[in-house]
Design a protein around this ligand. Structure first.
Ligand code: SAH
Ligand code: SF4
Ligand code: F3S
Length: 480
């Protein structure tokens, strides 16, 4: 029989919408109850992360906690004593994947009842999901949210000692936590959070509710983390925020993204990236800093979402197609060789075919180097989910396919033009499909496969491009 379930705090989307809460900086780090450390020592953990880079960074923090308690990572989910599913809520298919996995965990509980299963991340910031999991999936022991990760040891301790199931999901953030443990997923490229949350409230998006108010870390803390990574020999850092160019606005101490980016670049890590830029706060100053430093990659992810000004208005994106194109011109005037990528949502409620074609048109004008395309997915509690939609799923799918084809027609010739040229590639590992091949990314984020020795992993090498495929390139190592 499943253990009794205790509910500490439950998420509430209307509280999560509130932006008047204040929060403080907490430098206390994480503490570990002795009884839990004794219980977990020598056991194994497995964290399965879905969603965006913010979640991957959270995985590293949680892994740091487990390692500090004397645990080791299990090689697969079925072998782990503690499993954490770190979830995403951005689209319905993301949630379906998680439910598939939750279902699968049940069989491991039957064979070994001492295993601990936790679900955290954005999905459980929604009350209806909590209801579903606690009622239907009673083999889940602990559910916690995005705002109380640092209390994971205390929560797990309670679950173990009291033999209960526990739900503790705060609706809003109270703190920015510093001095967090961290077991990084890579020894040569790293994510650095510069801000948490999002205040943009695009009408289709759940993130402002699941991640809370936009709050920036102090510049000194970010720079200390970057310096530490540089000292450890990291080759690449990516500054992370849902909205990096709004960085510092909330601090009111003069910090801006342009200043932060410049200071990070000066530390001298070979590659500096940032993610994601909202077109709204993209200033000339930011563009100037990107242009000025060779180690800031000339690659900008600039989600447009739609090429129709009317749809953009309904999405609450705060720019129209003309403004977006002006921003692209402003960036290209200063950085002519910049690579641009984007996110696009197809089939927003009542999008007409003509409005969809405006998106295709905009893509042709911008000439993106890559693009992530999504079919609109209604998210419970967001304004767009209340709009009655007259576009059928079939039409959405047809538009989606048409857009992917149009984008390929833009992107493939650009990749073809790379053949014969030599590029700097940061080697990530062996290729997934062929262990004899190495894989890595160019400065402008193109995936390249080439033959080479494994000791090159983590290094930046020169690769001459020989062949171009739709989503990757084949090259050969060039000896300097
Ligand atoms: N903060 C970033 C990314 C947020 S989520 C930004 O604003 O660009 C990543 C992408 O998921 C978004 O850019 C958007 O294209 C897509 N997305 C968000 N909500 C969605 C929804 N309800 N349906 C389909 N795609 C969505
Ligand atoms: Fe979502 Fe918009 Fe915020 Fe991006 S900027 S996270 S799309 S609300
Ligand atoms: Fe998903 Fe949450 Fe990121 S909803 S995209 S994991 S911020």
């Amino acid at each position: 029989m499943a253990n009794k379930c205790e509910f500490r705090e439950l998420p509430d989307l209307s509280l999560a919408r509130n932006r008047t809460q204040s929060f403080s900086f907490n430098y206390d780090g994480v503490t570990y109850p002795e009884s839990l450390v004794r219980y977990l020592k020598g056991k194994t953990y497995f964290i399965h992360t879905y969603g965006c880079q913010a979640n991957y960074r959270d995985e590293e923090v949680m892994a740091g906690m487990f390692e500090n308690m004397g645990m080791k990572r299990a090689s697969e989910v079925g072998l782990a004593d503690v499993v954490v599913l770190n979830t995403c809520a951005v689209r319905e298919n993301a949630e379906q994947k998680v439910f598939g996995m939750i279902g699968e965990l049940k069989k491991y509980k039957i064979t070994d009842n001492s295993r601990l299963f936790c679900v955290c991340g954005c999905m459980v910031q929604q009350e209806h999901i909590i209801k579903l999991i606690t009622e239907k999936y009673r083999h889940i022991d602990l559910i916690f949210g995005t705002h109380n990760i640092t209390k994971l040891p205390q929560m797990l301790d309670e679950v173990v000692r009291k033999r209960i199931r526990l739900v503790d999901v705060e609706s809003a953030p109270k703190e920015i936590d510093e001095n967090l443990p961290s077991k990084r997923l890579s020894s040569f490229k790293a994510f650095i959070n510069i801000s948490y949350g999002c205040d943009k409230f695009c009408t289709y998006c759940i993130v402002p509710y699941t991640r809370g108010k936009e709050r920036s870390r102090l510049m000194k803390d970010i720079l200390a983390e970057a310096q530490e990574l540089k000292d450890l020999g990291y080759q690449e850092v990516t500054l992370l925020g849902q909205n990096v160019n709004a960085y510092g606005k909330d601090l009111k101490d003069g910090s801006t993204f342009a200043k932060l980016l410049e200071e990070v670049a000066k530390i001298g890590i070979p590659r500096v990236r940032f993610l994601t830029s909202h077109p709204w706060d993209f200033t000339q100053e930011i563009v100037d800093v990107i242009a000025k430093y060779d180690n800031i990659m000339k690659y900008i992810h600039l989600p447009v979402q739609s090429g129709s000004s009317e749809i953009l208005r309904l999405m609450g994106r705060r720019y129209d197609a003309k403004k977006y194109l002006e921003l692209v011109d402003m960036i290209r005037a200063k950085i002519p060789d910049v690579a641009l990528s984007t996110d696009i949502i197809v089939g927003f409620p009542n999008e007409t075919y003509e409005q969809f074609l405006e998106t295709v048109e905009l893509c042709k004008k911008v000439q993106y180097d890559s693009a992530f395309t999504f079919i609109y997915s209604p998210r419970n509690g967001t304004p767009a989910a209340k709009i009655k939609d007259n576009v059928s799923n079939k039409d959405k799918l047809l538009r989606f396919r048409e857009l992917v084809k149009a984008l390929e027609e833009i992107i493939i010739p650009k990749s073809n033009a790379m053949v014969g040229q030599t590029y700097k590639v940061l080697v990530e590992g062996t290729s997934e499909k062929n262990a004899e091949m190495l894989s890595g990314y160019t400065e402008k984020n193109k995936l390249v496969h080439f033959k080479g020795d494994k000791n090159l992993i983590g290094k930046i090498v020169n690769v001459k491009i020989l062949e171009s495929h739709t989503y990757s390139l084949i090259g050969e190592l060039v000896n300097e």
